[in-house]
Design a protein around this ligand. Sequence first.
Ligand code: IPD
Length: 297
Amino acid sequence: MSSSDPLLRRAVPSAAELLELEELAVRLAEETGRLVRELRPPDLASTSATKSSDTDPVTVMDTRAEALLRSRLNEARPKDGLLGEEGSAQPSSSALTWVIDPIDGTTNYLYDLPLYAVSVAVVVGDPTSAGSWLPVAGAVRAPVIDVTWSARVGGGARRHGPSRPGTVGTTGPAAADVPLRISGANDLGQALIGTGFGYHPTRRAQQAQALTRVLPTIRDLRRLGSAAIDLCLVADGRLDGYFEVGLNPWDLAAGWLIVTEAGGTVSGVDGGAPSADLVVAANPLLQPQLLSLVATG
Ligand code: IPD
């Protein structure tokens, strides 16, 4: 089954259910964002461990935030499946599975840098099999900058907040429910592009190699430290594009939908579904140019 398969499309819930799912994703991402921000222990570094490599952190708050999301979802949506970064894996007895990242940008969180987020998405299909699933509703909450981005399939994408004027990273008065619009950039030479790096030294070396082609070709590059936020900033027109190799479904699920609902294109290798092999996001004019630049070599 591929993510453009009609069977997947047929599994998409009704417009009324999608609205409920998006609202639930927003509520849970915001509640979890409060927990993560307000209860961040001052001695976080000393109580943290590592996962896939010596530099891939997991904090007590990643585990605690995932437990909160799991318990809320089990209560609200007992038939839906669950896949979480910190090990949640529950089969679905509905057509839906929640794909959650309790803290995306854990290294930023560990160092008390502001760009980290809670990502909550609900998908049809099997999120453990690349190309066999599609996000249908989701939200990304960045609690320190007080912004939530969300979307539902066919229902557009929006930014909620910041709720307080003058919040870090914003200018002008508070805004609520602003429809997202992707940037119109169509010249790579003038494009501001985001990317990220994996935790394995071998992958990092390959990523450094790719940068020797990308950096001389674009306006500039940003490595902000949260793939979910990078994708939302593409949707919000604050980055012209984004690419990364090595993303997991929980890094990608909500942001992918938010970009496509803002009018953008997200693909993987050869224009297929985004996956761990490659994710490239931008507006439909720029995306193929960025894809061929990062996929070459
Ligand atoms: C990481 C962040 C980072 C990206 C890595 C991800 P985590 O997620 O999204 O920006 O470059 O590939 O693994 O580990 O902080 O949840």
